[in-house]
Design a protein around this ligand. Structure first.
Ligand code: UD1
Ligand code: CA
Length: 451
């Protein structure tokens, strides 16, 4: 059956207390509205229409890569008024109403709802122990006769625990007809979308319901507290899946996966780590405490010591990185590499068995196999205008506190004396040294403090 999706996102989200539109707030590194759009796309609809109001331009801008209809609801006169704005776009035989602030809605539930509402109306419901604030499903002899909003409930209706999640699927021709008949004659002086249920009853159109089983999948977010609680729930689902797959997490409550994390067998992850984008960890990889990994791969048997920051890089097998190392985009480490504390590497390839163990900057470089880079070595890759490459061939030894002024090539097997500033290529198997000769002045008088 052809389908049109409507996503309501005009709300101001006052309780978020933010200058950012509510639906752009992020859950596991993805905006709430993106979750809803993704589910909507999986329903294979004719089209998706988003009703925006507050900060409409910002919201639209954030999704310019998607094929969506954007409609501005000028004034927020209620959910019924909001859906009216979508009418010119309702080409599908069926329509479904979703919410930009209900991000974890499940495809499976929506599919069921659509199935049972063909030719009529379907409501996604939930049984809530504390239903305060929600529209109640009003049944007579098991048949739904209407939805009563909290503020319009009598004492008996207030006791009803079956609530309206807000999500409804409805035959489009009826939806269009009923939207025209909704009035704002209620306690909130709002146009209630929920009034279409009473109108369906009047027209003797079939009304069905499907009960969502998990509360979080139908929960809306109205505050930073609710956002944080949902974030934790999303995280625990991800960490449960990882542990089911055999990953050891020292504390799942202190692990954050903001994207996709793939792990081989016997991976161990200590507390406080953040994984962003797409991260792959090979077999037997150990990640120390408080490591940040974004869009990178760590191959088999490697250890990332605590407090490392690794972005858009590949760490080969049997490496040891950190503590306190930073691998910036374009870094590729071969196997058996050691990268130590306070080492920064950017856009460089490092060969097998090479050690860069202390306080170094290696940028735009090709470093060969079995190289030893001494403490405090710096590749001077930037002349203030352009970047240049440093090539360090196999078996080179770079003494401590060396500056390699790029472009420069250190030939195979060469040694650079400590404290050198190397501005010319160093031939293979030579010792290059550029520091001034040491002299010692005997009987030198130390300066005295002036009175
Ligand atoms: C609505 C339902 C209620 C249900 C509850 C579930 C109605 C009348 N009531 O109540 O039965 O239990 O959701 O959370 O529909 N919006 C617009 N434009 C508007 C008004 C709202 O885009 O003019 C959007 C808001 O951004 C929000 C959503 O619709 O995301 C729900 O609106 P809200 O006013 O919060 O509805 P509730 O009173 O919670
Ligand atoms: Ca609400």
């Amino acid at each position: 059956m052809s389908l049109s999706v409507v996503i309501l996102a005009a709300g101001k989200g006052t309780r978020m207390r933010s200058d950012q539109p509510k639906v752009l707030h992020q859950l596991a590194h993805q905006s709430m509205l993106q979750y809803v759009i993704n589910v909507a796309k999986n329903l294979n609809p004719e089209n998706i229409t988003i009703i925006v109001g507050y900060q409409a331009a910002e919201v639209e801008e954030a999704f310019k890569h998607e094929r969506l209809n954007w409609v501005i609801q000028k004034e927020q006169l209620g959910t019924g008024d909001a859906v009216k704005y979508a009418i010119p776009h309702l080409f599908g035989k069926q329509s479904i109403i979703l919410y930009g602030d209900v991000p974890l809605v499940q495809l499976e539930d929506l599919s069921q709802l659509l199935k049972l509402s063909v030719g009529g109306l379907g409501i996604l419901t939930f049984i809530k122990n504390n239903p305060t604030g929600y529209g109640r499903i009003n049944r007579v002899d098991d048949g739904i006769v209407g939805i009563v909003e909290e503020k319009d409930c009598n004492q008996v209706q207030k006791e009803i625990r079956e609530i309206n999640t807000g999500i409804m699927a409805v035959d489009t021709k009826y939806l269009v007809k009923w939207l025209a008949l909704i009035s704002n004659n209620n306690s909130q002086k709002e146009y209630y979308l929920t009034d279409i249920v009473g109108l369906a009853k009047k027209d003797k159109v079939k009304i069905g319901s499907f009960e969502a089983k998990s509360e979080i999948t139908v929960s809306g977010i109205n505050s930073k507290i609710e956002l944080a609680m949902m974030e934790r729930a999303v995280q625990l689902k991800k960490t449960d899946a990882l542990m089911e797959a055999g990953v050891t997490l020292m504390d799942p409550a202190r692990t954050d996966i903001r994207g996709k994390l793939d792990c081989g067998s016997d991976v161990v992850i200590d507390v406080g780590c953040i994984f962003e984008g797409s991260v792959k960890l090979g077999k037997n990889v150990k990640i120390g405490a408080y490591v940040f990994l974004k869009d990178c791969a760590i191959l088999d048997n490697s250890v990332i010591e605590p407090y490392c920051h690794i972005v858009s890089s590949e760490v080969g097998s049997n490496n040891r990185v950190g503590p306190y190392a930073r691998l910036r985009p374009g870094t590729t480490l071969s196997r058996d590499v050691h990268i130590g504390n306070f080492v920064e590497i950017k856009n460089s390839k490092v060969g097998r068995g090479t050690k860069i163990n202390h306080l170094s900057y290696v940028g735009d470089s090709l470093v060969g196999n079995l190289v030893n880079v001494g403490a405090g070595t710096i590749t001077c890759n930037y002349d203030g205008v352009n970047k240049h490459q440093t090539i360090i061939e196999d078996n080179v030894f770079i003494g401590s506190n060396t500056q390699l002024v790029a472009p420069v090539i250190i030939g195979q097997g060469a040694t650079i004396g400590a404290g050198s500033t190397i501005t010319k290529d160093a031939p293979a198997d030579t010792l290059s040294i550029s520091r001034a000769k040491q002299t010692s002045i005997p009987n030198w008088e130390k300066p005295k403090k002036k009175k």
